[in-house]
Design a protein. Structure first.
Length: 51
């Protein structure tokens, strides 16, 4: 998949997941899940956590 298609897919996935009530975090961002602070790793493009 080309880089532009990958970027578009991630944008659409983010919109869909946000509409379903998820908070989206991208590579390098910190987030809290079950009282543990984590960072989205370099090999992870996106993490979705249910609000």
């Amino acid at each position: 998949m080309s880089e532009s298609k990958t970027k578009r897919f991630l944008e659409l996935a983010q919109i869909r997941l946000e509409n379903l009530g998820y908070k989206i975090y991208k590579t390098g961002e910190k987030f809290i899940y079950v009282d543990i602070v984590s960072t989205v790793k370099e090999n992870e493009l996106m993490v979705a956590v249910k609000k």
